[in-house]
Design a protein around this ligand. Sequence first.
Ligand code: F6R
Length: 240
Amino acid sequence: MDIRVFKNYEELSKAAAELIVEQVKNKANSNLGLATGSTPVGLYNELIKDHKENKTSYKDVQTFNLDEYIGLPNTHDQSYYQFMQEKLFSHIDVETNNIHIPSGNVEDIEKECERYNALLKNNPIDVQILGIGTNGHIGFNEPGTPFESVTSKVELAENTRNDNARFFDSMDEVPTHAISMGIQNILEAKQIVLLASGANKADAIKAMVKDAASIDCPASALQNHANVIVLLDEAAASKL
Ligand code: F6R
């Protein structure tokens, strides 16, 4: 793993944006794997700024999101579909048809998982952006998930629901399940860029980097990938 530590969140977001802009400049039809959550918001803001100032184009880029809550319609303000529209897609020139997010609001979730797995097989991801849960999850692959997992319906761990409760009016409204790319899908990306900021991520980062790879820390599966860049602020790196 190529671990890079930055003074603060702003610097780490800028560094992440530089990697993505370079990727898109080198390969206009890049396949980008994207994440939601608080961590990549700074990166998305930098991409929007760059798109406005330097006209980097996403016209031929395809995007593949990691996950979506089950049971929230696309129109729900906490659906990851809406999140991506608000935080990135509506501000850049990505084509609607090139945006791929698993749907958590279909009758047949099994079929939706098969569709998403086939889509990923046919469109290998060039760069996958990841955040990390305080429990070491990547995507919504919670501790205990086999490293061979592919896109499936997953149950959110209690501490993940607690971590995400800040976005909902009450705990009851926090979804219990999601559809998530599996760890194997993530490992199939040509390059992985994981971002983490804040002292609450320090234990998970330590388990990912220092401990032997184990299903107890899903992010430790990245130790088996040849091209991983980890961008941390000083607080997230504090236990390394
Ligand atoms: C988001 C995702 C999650 C988050 C993780 C960290 O698509 O798959 O794994 O990356 O929960 O979330 P934040 O960034 O909000 O701390």
